[in-house]
Design a protein around this ligand. Sequence first.
Ligand SMILES: Nc1nc2c(ncn2[C@@H]2O[C@H](COP(=O)(O)OP(=O)(O)OP(=O)(O)O)[C@@H](O)[C@H]2O)c(=O)[nH]1
Ligand SMILES: [Mg+2]
Ligand SMILES: [Zn+2]
Length: 299
Amino acid sequence: MNRIATVFAAFGRACLARDDTQQIWRCHVRGRELQPVCGDRVAISHAPALGPDAAVVTAIHTRRNVFARAAQHRRKVIAANLDQVAILVACEPSFSDELICRMLVVAELAELPAVLVLNKIDVDARLAQARTMLEPFVALGFPVIELAACLDASPLRSVLEGKRTLFTGQSGMGKSTLVQALVPEAEVRIREISSFLDSGKHATTGARMFSVNPHTEIVDTPGVTEFGLAGYNVRNIGYGFREFQAFAGQCRFADCRHLNEPGCAMAQAVQTGQIHPRRLALYQRIIEAERAATSKQSH
Ligand SMILES: Nc1nc2c(ncn2[C@@H]2O[C@H](COP(=O)(O)OP(=O)(O)OP(=O)(O)O)[C@@H](O)[C@H]2O)c(=O)[nH]1
Ligand SMILES: [Mg+2]
Ligand SMILES: [Zn+2]
């Protein structure tokens, strides 16, 4: 019998999915062309020979959006069918604003609203510095929610309500702590997921989706140290810097990459205070790094 279900954990050729009656299915994926991810709607077919709750994924419904990054030049879809992205940073360990920009590029191009979460505000010796790092993003209008996940996650609740939110960020920022705070039974769920997906090993990599309440979901993801943008060209990446759009087409050269070209409208906008210097610097760093990565690959 065929059913439709939503994937809440995926690993290799296996995934866990919940159907609309809330039944959980241990799914096997046949064939290389199907690669379900968290948030996918999948057609599954019961496979009683493999177990009472076993099924085979037969199709993935068209995704309304994806959040993806490049790792070793392979596009890695992290999750699908999202409503927004929460980028976690923390007062400690220190975080990279370049990574924030890279994640914002992906969110922007996927048309996903992004919110920044500054965690560990209980570490007050580092709070001022973290806030300073976030100033360019605040100026762009991105909401910044400050909290201490280990004390009180409630400042984020209204932002999450009624939506499916992906948590992303570097390792150690507190994504999983935040999930635990919002979903008390998360630990039990994680054990169930691990026991099926990697036969008990605790190190399952990959996203996992949890319900905060029947219409609110959060997706925890493993921390990233790099967030490649392979597959996005210079124009795409520029588009991911939303404040650049007001000056698009105003550079002297039509193909200006806003690196060092004379008559660059972005550089002028920095001079007049309309673009934050740090944002242009990070944009340039990302363009150079992606170009270096691409040329290394083609040699
Ligand atoms: N002081 C303080 N520590 C926190 C807070 N939230 C989380 N931590 C600690 O930060 C460390 C990392 O938290 P995790 O939740 O594992 O971080 P993560 O983002 O899930 O990390 P990865 O899974 O590696 O990506 C843990 O030791 C937490 O106890 C907080 O609000 N304040
Ligand atoms: Mg974690
Ligand atoms: Zn330019």
